[in-house]
Design a protein around this ligand. Structure first.
Ligand code: DGL
Length: 283
């Protein structure tokens, strides 16, 4: 189990390597939090491409290219598994990432259409996500496959990602925006609302206030963490119970501001953040 083995190796990868997580920004920290809760001995390396956030309205090919560069960087840091902690990046790039690195386990995300459709009593579910996620072929196949007989109402949410990036999680401006975006869904009688972008769970209290207690919010992060555990267990790559975890955070924007947002969003007191120059790694 040598640490010297490179990405793509056929050999067993050392269990003490970190799990790599990637998002356009801080949203993937909602997934990071679930992974760390479920797997407290695992080390992590989180990459946020904040110089390019938001990804949501960018052309698919651009999102795909940015995501490939981010994953290449994570693999160069010797991560043992990659989590694409971003619905938009997963929709654009998951298939081509798996083609390019078939030996590396890559866990992606998709809006939780399946659980929402299984749980709905009113037969109406809402999905909040970015344009990139909702326009993707992947999303249409998901609805076709799992939402038979259920009315699916989608909603793009301009501005919300920017607010979470700025650490703004509450207040009148957010409440007003959420009502504007979500009243059309509640008016239709949805009883399940899928948080189809990893930034949105940080707005969950405000979203719940906007839609009322009768609507159940679905955050897929715990299911993603479970999937990470299953994949590592099946490859015998889980960190041993005595392992002391190490968590590192890298951003393509300013490291200080990133640290402050990490503290705010997931309560890590003194996060170790570094800046990654996009000219060399992600252009
Ligand atoms: N957090 C990302 C997601 O889950 C997208 C945010 C963005 O638009 O960059 O879709």
């Amino acid at each position: 189990m040598g640490n010297e083995m490179g990405a793509g190796s056929d050999e067993i990868i050392a269990v003490d390597r970190p799990i790599g997580l990637f998002d356009s920004g801080v949203g993937g920290l909602s997934v990071w939090r679930a992974v760390v809760q479920r797997l407290p001995n695992e080390s992590t390396l989180y990459l946020a491409d904040q110089v390019h956030v938001p990804y949501g309205a960018r052309p698919r090919a651009e999102i795909e290219a940015l995501t490939h560069k981010a994953v290449a960087w994570l693999l160069a840091q010797n991560v043992k598994l990659v989590v694409i902690a971003c619905n938009t990046a997963s929709a654009a790039a998951l298939d081509s990432l798996r083609q390019r690195w078939p030996k590396i386990p890559i866990v992606g995300m998709e809006p939780a259409v399946k659980p929402a459709s299984a749980r709905t009593v009113t037969g109406k579910v809402g999905i909040m996500a970015t344009p990139g996620t909702l326009q993707a072929e992947r999303f249409h196949l998901l609805v076709e496959r799992f939402a038979g007989g259920v009315d699916v109402y989608t909603q793009i949410c301009p501005g919300l990602v920017e607010m979470v990036e700025a650490g703004q999680l509450d207040g009148q401006e957010i409440d007003a925006r959420l009502h504007l975006l979500l009243d059309p869904l509640t008016d239709r009688g949805i009883d399940q609302l899928v948080l189809g972008c990893t930034h949105y769970p940080f707005l969950a209290p405000a979203i719940q206030r906007a839609v009322g207690q009768e609507v159940t919010l679905i955050d897929p992060a715990p299911a993603v963490a479970k999937q990470v555990q299953n994949v590592l267990a099946s490859r015998q790559q889980l960190a041993p119970p005595a392992a002391v975890p190490d968590h590192r955070f890298t951003t393509t924007a300013a490291a200080d501001a990133f640290a402050a947002t990490i503290r705010r969003l997931v309560g890590v007191e003194a996060p170790r953040t570094t800046h990654l120059a996009t000219t060399t790694a992600i252009s």
